[in-house]
Design a protein around this ligand. Structure first.
Ligand code: CO
Length: 146
């Protein structure tokens, strides 16, 4: 594991959440992106080499919509960057760790991501990601806003 890539925070409205992160904490907002596969809109704030990612559902069927109904707004997941996601997933599966994604899929910033099951990680939804590009990393098929 290389570092914490981002912390995902579920919010009912990115627009309403922005002032706290931008004005109160003084973080720099990097941009927004819609991740169609997860039915979320994501807003990014840079902090050191990591990000805070606000996650707003774009539909009632979004996993973030379900999370908000069940637990309300708050921390949704922690994402760790690793260098060898496919190998890592394979060895976790072999060790019997519960995975939501047995294979990597496409996340924001064009990264490859996979989630571990929170039941196997002390109730914390854990994301592994690979290929976190420099800021402005655009052009994935899932990021119509670039
Ligand atoms: Co994430």
């Amino acid at each position: 594991m290389k570092r914490i890539d981002h912390i995902g925070i579920a919010v009912p409205s990115i627009e309403e959440a922005i002032p706290f992160y931008r004005d109160v904490l003084g973080l720099e907002m990097e941009g927004e992106e819609v991740v169609e596969g997860q039915q979320v809109r994501v807003a990014f704030f840079a902090i050191g080499g990591s990000r805070i990612e606000l996650l707003e559902p774009t539909s009632d069927r979004s996993p973030i919509a379900a999370f908000l109904r069940k637990r309300g707004a708050g921390i949704h997941h922690i994402a760790y960057e690793c260098a060898d996601l496919d190998d890592r997933l394979e060895s976790l599966a072999r060790e019997g760790v519960r995975l939501i994604d047995r294979r990597a899929r496409r996340g924001a910033h064009g990264m490859r991501i996979a989630f571990l099951h929170p039941k196997g990680s002390g109730g914390v939804l854990t994301e592994l990601c690979e290929g976190s590009g420099p800021r402005g990393d655009a052009g994935s098929a899932d990021s119509p806003r670039g």
